[in-house]
Design a protein around this ligand. Structure first.
Ligand code: DSN
Length: 402
């Protein structure tokens, strides 16, 4: 048997037997995986529906039109591009559509909870554009007065909101007013919260922004990929041109089919229940940590930050490694104003989109806080902690059956 089949089996086992608390991951459904692995992968389709550079595109045209119609309805927008291969690509395409080289972007930096493609010094975004960063307030929340002051001074062409490690609801109405005052586009990167918006668990910001980018695989629970949404016809024309032929070549039509499947699933009432349960589980776990005396950020979304340095006198890296010994999968994450390097960090980002898909409930979310807290405080030995993890994972839905 090819080694790959063995690896697939090992990965299935790992996903079933570990508690996945990585805030950006999820478990896609059988149907999403069916289309992601379908024969649509055989088709080249450069261009857009009915304007392709290849023959034989009649079926993929319908697939892409279906994906566009479904995602537009799901988020309440007029226009969408479903071709970006990833969230970073979606961001690059949007910058290319709206900016000239060296134009200014005002965004949150990676170390405060932003994203690489929002202007990190090691990313294309800071090499092509002049990026300025606002910071969070001391309470770990967006400081809208500071954003206003900086926007007035810098006059960015894009005011960018949307984050990878921000646990609170964003006031997009306020950001709209700031963007209007300085004549900037308001761009939202909703990659982390897209599923919460689609599931109506948090407010939909789409009516406030000029353009939104997202991935489809985080809280939205689809295949790995990106999308761009807007209500502005001029913007979608520029976005479409920037996507193809600007940045990408042939779209991944099998992934677009899987996206269309995920948009259908996310428009079902059961998805609203799911999105609500993500918030309940996340808050339950955060609040249990608080009761136990740990330092956590609080949460209004699918994630919170655990300060491992303050709580257990260990770095995020050490905590991540320790937890992996007992089958708890997390990622170290910089905390606002962190003095550790990104490869070390002072804490963890903990999210519940994935485990909620497997049917985790609030009591189990609280129990997870106890296991992590006791293990990192050295009050629980490895064997007992692993046993408690297995008790939870074996009660959850199997990932291949989702
Ligand atoms: N790497 C993703 C995350 O973990 O949030 C963002 O692209």
């Amino acid at each position: 048997m090819d080694k790959l089949f063995e690896l697939l089996e090992l990965e299935t086992r790992r996903q079933n037997e570990e508690l996945n608390l990585i805030a950006s991951e999820n478990f896609a459904s059988k149907n999403v995986r069916l289309f992601a692995g379908s024969i649509f992968t055989n088709k080249y389709a450069e261009g857009y529906p009915h304007r392709r550079y290849y023959g034989g595109c009649e079926n993929v045209d319908s697939v892409e039109e279906l994906a566009i119609a479904r995602v537009s309805k799901l988020f309440g927008v007029k226009f969408a591009n479903v071709q970006p291969h990833s969230g970073s690509q979606a961001n690059m395409i949007t910058y290319m559509a709206l900016l000239n080289e060296h134009d200014k972007i005002l965004s949150l930096s990676l170390d405060q909870g932003g994203h690489l493609s929002h202007g990190s010094p090691v990313n294309f975004s800071s090499k092509l554009y002049e990026v300025h960063h606002y910071t969070l307030g001391e309470d770990g929340r967006l400081d809208y007065d500071l954003i206003l002051r900086m926007a007035r001074e810098i006059k960015p062409k894009i005011l960018l909101a949307g984050f990878s490690a921000y646990p609170f609801i964003i006031d997009f109405k306020r950001l709209r007013a700031i963007a209007d005052e300085v004549g900037a586009y308001l761009m939202a990167d909703i990659a982390h919260i897209a599923g919460l918006i689609a599931g109506k668990a948090i407010p939909n910001p789409l009516s406030y922004v000029d353009v939104a980018t997202s991935t489809t695989h985080k809280t939205l629970r689809g295949p790995r990929g990106g999308i761009i949404l807007t209500n502005n016809e001029e913007i979608i024309k520029k976005v479409n041109k920037a996507c193809f032929p600007g940045v990408q070549g042939g779209p991944l039509e099998h992934i677009i089919a899987a996206k269309a499947m995920c948009f259908e699933e996310a428009s079902d009432n059961t998805f609203q229940e799911y999105a609500k349960n993500i918030l309940l589980n996340t808050k339950a776990c955060n609040d249990e940590f608080l009761k136990l005396g740990a330092t956590v950020s609080g949460s209004e979304t699918h994630l919170f930050l655990l300060n491992t340095k303050k709580s257990y006198q260990i770095t995020g890296k050490e905590a991540e490694n320790l937890l992996s010994e007992i089958g708890v999968t997390v990622n170290k994450n910089m905390l606002p104003f962190d003095d550790e390097k990104p490869t070390v960090t002072s804490g963890l980002r903990i999210g519940f989109a994935a485990l909620t898909t497997r049917g985790l409930n609030v009591e189990q979310a609280r129990l997870i806080a106890h296991i992590i807290h006791s293990y990192l405080s050295r009050k629980l030995d490895k064997e007992e902690a692993r046993k408690q993890v297995i008790e939870i994972t074996s009660s959850l839905r199997k990932v291949e059956e989702i």
